[in-house]
Design a protein around this ligand. Structure first.
Ligand code: BES
Ligand code: ZN
Ligand code: ZN
Length: 503
């Protein structure tokens, strides 16, 4: 259960048995709100001084004191300079503090956003997201006993001024829907391949269709239909698995003429195929469907919130399959033909994502007539080497498109760095006997050569390719992000779809 968020202008404590934690915000340029000061001013000031708490973005201070015989527990959350506050910082800081309560007994938090600092109150959406995303733990496979050891906040009271309550309530509702969409993606990514395969993604897509009451249409192309369409690259990857592939297409109608496609790499397990990965590198490869999970997360939000978007149609595409070695598996040196007729020499079966995405891109542009396209993919280890765990690598053929997306990405907390589609490396992808080969020349620049490979399957559509191999699955927690699946891309793409109107 996610914490229930109540928006109100006052909170009455008397008679409750709850373990309450009061959260206040503090800035380097504006100390804590007047309201808090009056509770036990002298004690608080002494404590703040002693702990050298100055309200910086990195600082948190917990205080306990007796008030009228009951123990008061207060946490001050530093937010840096009030004039520089962003939704992103607020979401991260709240998320971090809520996650910290996993080892406490606190079941109720009261968030004092009605402290006269407009920046906080106006960002009630970010606070809502921070609460839900920060509370998240993946516990589907934990025994009841160990689940109980992790404390969850049950109720969060967000206190805002009376005049702001209605607006804040709306924002919190949309934060709830957005966060549930992020968690929907996180859960799928964290689920092992034993429990999540292409068929499961089909079920999840259909679940979204149902949730939407028909507003999200779901179509599943089976192996035969994909064969008919000439998706030789996608089907080549699927060949080695006992599990049937599924090419999943979702549609959502907006108001406008341009069409946008969201493609997510959906390899439910990447063993490497016959170019088998060493065991260490294979351990986390259940996450190779993080792009697809993000796309389903976005559609979960479209289904539950039903927002107006300025694209005529939003498509989601998940070319879903497993990459496995077997007697039927595609072999290094084999040649496959993609949907646009281009032939590809598959020299390394572990560079499979680009093959499934190639057919995804062609389908988006030629069948669905997409004008805009995002693809999200845990595509290369090289991108992780280049940018680490926090940043995705973004490639585009349209700078303006990237500029627009940038406005929403950083704010949402989906951070990336732009990398070049440097044409000088394109010749590395030329094959002696086919149109292309699926690996570059050497060990270097692997994220770029992968991007250039994909570019060969894009004609005119404005396209952003995001390599999320690094941030999709975290080795350590940070801000509102837990260890494990992050749900990278869900929040920023939702914000982009909802707010982008320059068409
Ligand atoms: N799924 C992997 C990339 C990956 C690695 C994602 C680590 C997340 C964490 C991808 O299919 C892959 O194996 N790429 C190869 C490409 C190479 C064979 C050209 C890689 O990065 O080593
Ligand atoms: Zn691979
Ligand atoms: Zn892969």
């Amino acid at each position: 259960m996610t914490p229930k968020i109540h928006v109100s202008s006052s909170f009455i404590t008397s008679g409750t048995k709850s373990q309450i934690m009061h959260l206040y915000f503090s800035f380097t340029d504006k100390k804590i709100s007047g309201q808090l000061k009056t509770e036990n001013e002298q004690y608080l000031n002494e404590k703040i001084k002693k702990e050298e708490f100055t309200g910086k973005e990195t600082e948190t201070l917990s205080i306990e004191f007796l008030k009228e015989g009951t123990l008061q527990r207060i946490t001050l959350i530093g937010l840096g300079r009030s004039t520089k506050l962003t939704a992103r910082v607020l979401k991260d800081r709240v998320g971090e503090v809520i996650r910290g309560l996993h080892t406490s007994k606190t079941d109720t938090v009261v968030i004092h956003a009605n402290d006269g600092i407009k920046a906080v109150e106006d960002n009630s959406e970010a606070i809502g997201e921070g609460i839900i995303l920060g509370d998240y733990v993946f516990e589907d496979f934990k025994a009841e006993e160990s689940r109980k050891k992790i404390n969850h906040v049950k109720n969060a009271y967000l206190l805002v001024s009376e005049s702001n309550a209605i607006r804040a309530k709306k924002k919190v509702e949309s934060a709830e829907k957005k966060s549930v969409a992020v968690l929907f993606a996180r859960n799928m990514i964290n689920t092992p391949a034993s429990h999540l395969h292409p068929g499961t993604l089909v079920e999840k897509a259909q679940e979204i269709g149902k949730l939407s009451k028909g507003r999200v249409k779901v179509e599943v192309l089976d192996k035969k239909m994909c064969e008919k369409l000439g998706m030789g690259a996608f089907l080549g990857v699927a060949e080695g698995s006992e599990r049937q592939p599924a090419f999943i297409v979702l549609r959502y109608e907006g108001k406008g003429s341009k069409k946008i496609a969201l493609i997510g790499k959906s390899i439910t397990f990447d063993s490497g195929g016959l170019s088998l990965k060493p065991s260490e590198a294979m351990m986390d490869m259940k996450i190779d469907m993080s792009g697809g999970a993000a796309v389903l997360g976005v559609f979960h939000y479209l289904a539950t919130e039903n927002p107006t978007v300025s694209f005529g149609e939003v498509f989601g595409i998940l070319p879903a399959c497993e990459n496995m070695p077997s007697g039927k598996a595609i072999k290094p040196g084999d040649i496959v033909r993609a949907m646009n007729g281009k032939t590809i020499e598959v020299l390394n079966t572990d560079a499979e994502g680009r093959l499934t995405l190639a057919d995804g891109l062609v389908y988006a542009e030629e069948q669905l007539k997409a004008d805009y396209c995002f693809d999200l993919a845990t595509l290369t280890g090289a991108c992780m080497v280049a940018l680490g765990n926090d940043l995705a690598g973004l490639f585009t053929n349209d700078e303006q498109f990237e500029k627009e997306y940038n406005k929403y990405a950083t704010e949402a907390g989906d951070e990336y760095w732009r990398l070049p589609l440097y044409e000088g490396y394109a010749k590395q992808m030329k094959s002696d006997i086919a149109d292309l080969k699926n690996i570059g020349g050497g060990r270097y620049g692997g994220a770029i050569t992968a991007g250039l490979f994909l570019k060969a399957f894009v004609k005119k559509m404005k396209w952003i390719h995001i390599d999320i191999a690094g941030p999709a699955y975290r080795e350590s927690e940070k801000g509102m992000l837990p260890k494990g699946a992050s749900g990278w891309g869900v929040a920023s793409i939702i914000n982009f779809l909802e707010q982008f109107s320059a068409l």
